[in-house]
Design a protein around this ligand. Structure first.
Ligand code: HEC
Ligand code: HEC
Length: 245
C-alpha cells in the first residue's frame, strides 16, 4: 500500500471525482509522477472528502496501485455502498480500457491508431467491411495470428478493428461505462457476455502481450476480468466523472 500524499503536491494531475447519490464525493487523481525513489507510480488514488449529506462517516481511503498493476476487487471492500463500490471498481478497470493498447483498436476515426500517443496508423489503412480492412490492404495481410517480432508487426488471431459504435478513443470513464452497458453499442452483449469477453477474448489478451517494446496494459487479463466481474456483480453502476484519461 502506498501512502497518499497531500493533494496539492500533485495539483497538476487530472482530477477524478466519484459522486455519491447524496451529493458527497470522493476526489482523487491519476498518479503519474516519479516518486522520490524513482519508482513510477500510477493508478487511481482516491482521496476521501465527505461533503454534502453529512449522514456518512468519512469515506474509506483506497490503496494505490502501481502504474503497471491493478487493484483487486477485495481492495474495494471498505466501500460499503454497492453502487459506490461498483463505480470505484469501474474507474480502476477503465485504466485498462483507456490504455493505448486497447484504444488504438477501438478508435473513433476511420482507421486504427498506433503507439502510446495514438497517432494515425502508418501506413494509412481504413476500416473496410467488418473492420478488417479493404481488399489488397486487409489487416491480416500484415497482422498475423501472433506478434512478428522482427518486423515489429503486432498480431493475434483474426486481427480487425472494433466497430465505430464501440469506439473508446476520447471517452471519459463514465461515458465508456454507459456505452459498455448499451446493447446497441456493445455488439448486443449482456453484462455476463461482456465479462466473458474480457476474460477470454484473444484480441483483449494481446493487450498484455503486445510484443516488441510496446507497454502492456496494467495488471493481467485475469486481474482485469476479476474487476469487470466484480463491477457486474455489484450492479454495474457507472462513474459520473467527466474526466478524460
Ligand atoms: C501494410 C501492413 C499493415 C496493414 C495492412 C495493417 N497494419 Fe496495423 N500495423 C502495421 C505495423 C507495421 C504496425 C506496427 C507499427 C509500429 O509499432 O511501428 C501496426 C500497428 C497497428 C496497431 C497499433 C498497436 C499499438 O498499440 O501500437 C493497430 C491497433 C493496428 N495496427 C491495427 C490494424 C488494423 C485494424 C488493420 C486493418 C484495418 C491494420 N492494422 C492494417 C502494419 C499494418
Ligand atoms: C486488434 C484489435 C483489438 C484490440 C487490440 C482490442 N480490441 Fe476489443 N474489440 C475488438 C473488436 C473487433 C471487437 C468487436 C468484436 C466482438 O464484438 O466480438 C471488440 C470488442 C470488445 C469488447 C466488447 C464490446 C464493447 O462494448 O466494446 C470489449 C469489452 C473489448 N473489446 C475489450 C478490449 C480490451 C479491454 C482491450 C485491451 C486490453 C481490447 N479490447 C483490445 C478489437 C480489438
Amino acid at each position: 500500500m502506498v501512502p497518499l500524499s497531500a493533494p496539492d503536491a500533485r495539483s497538476a494531475e487530472p482530477q477524478i471525482r466519484v459522486v455519491r447519490g447524496d451529493g458527497s464525493f470522493y476526489q482523487g487523481e491519476m498518479l503519474s509522477k516519479r516518486s522520490g525513489s524513482g519508482v513510477r507510480l500510477g493508478g487511481l488514488a482516491l482521496i476521501a472528502f465527505g461533503c454534502g449529506g453529512g449522514a456518512h462517516g468519512p469515506p474509506p481511503t483506497l490503496p494505490t496501485a502501481a502504474k503497471d498493476a491493478l487493484l483487486a476487487p477485495r481492495d474495494f471492500a471498505t466501500i460499503t455502498d454497492r453502487d459506490e463500490r461498483a463505480r470505484a471498481i469501474f474507474l480502476e478497470a477503465s485504466r485498462v480500457m483507456l490504455h493505448p493498447r486497447c484504444k488504438n483498436c477501438h478508435p473513433a476515426g476511420d482507421g486504427p491508431t498506433q503507439g502510446d500517443d495514438g497517432r494515425p496508423h502508418d501506413p494509412p489503412v481504413v476500416r473496410g467491411p467488418g473492420g478488417a480492412g479493404v481488399p489488397a490492404l486487409e489487416c491480416t495481410s500484415c497482422h498475423q495470428d501472433r506478434n512478428a517480432e522482427l518486423a515489429r508487426v503486432p498480431g493475434a488471431p483474426s486481427w480487425h478493428l472494433a466497430p465505430l459504435e464501440m469506439a473508446w478513443e476520447g471517452k471519459t470513464p463514465g461515458a465508456l461505462c454507459e456505452q459498455l452497458k448499451d446493447r446497441k453499442r456493445n455488439g448486443d452483449k449482456s453484462l455476463g457476455e461482456i465479462a466473458e469477453h474480457t476474460a477470454h477474448d484473444e484480441l483483449v489478451a494481446w493487450g498484455w502481450a503486445p510484443g516488441h517494446d510496446r507497454e502492456p496494459a496494467p495488471g493481467t487479463q485475469a486481474a482485469f476480468a476479476a474487476l469487470v466481474d466484480a463491477w457486474v456483480n455489484d450492479g454495474a453502476a457507472c462513474p459520473k466523472d467527466e474526466v478524460k484519461r
